[in-house]
Design a protein around this ligand. Structure first.
Ligand SMILES: [Zn+2]
Length: 113
């Protein structure tokens, strides 16, 4: 496979994973923590459960016959969230390599993440 990729979308490399506990370090919900629901690596954004809520107008659907305004999570920029280490608090994510096994660890204390 020597084909060149056309239209190289600049993917933001992220060490985050869905389900990670993160803290918001900037903006309206600064200091709050939640779990990552989804990651958009092409835009460098994450959606964190229960945080950065915005009102969104929704059309009536089968489930929601009235429609109207609903609270939804707005995406946050990756640079505004940090992972929360169980042992030492907010930290950066690093890796240790053991043979061909790559393990995510806390860069401060070495705790596996
Ligand atoms: Zn740690």
């Amino acid at each position: 496979m020597a084909a060149l990729r056309s239209a190289p979308a600049p993917l933001v490399r992220t060490k985050f994973r869905v389900g990670d506990q993160v803290r918001i370090i900037a903006g309206r919900d600064k200091g709050k923590e939640g779990r990552i629901l989804s990651i958009d690596s092409s835009k460098g954004r994450v959606v964190v459960e229960g945080l950065n809520m915005v009102k969104k107008a929704v059309r009536p659907t089968q489930q929601n016959q009235k429609g109207g305004l609903s609270d939804v999570e707005a995406p946050l920029n990756l640079s505004n969230v940090m992972v929360v280490c169980k042992r030492c608090g907010i930290s950066r994510i690093g890796f240790t390599v053991n043979g061909d096994q790559k393990t995510r660890v806390c860069r401060k204390c070495g705790e596996e993440l």
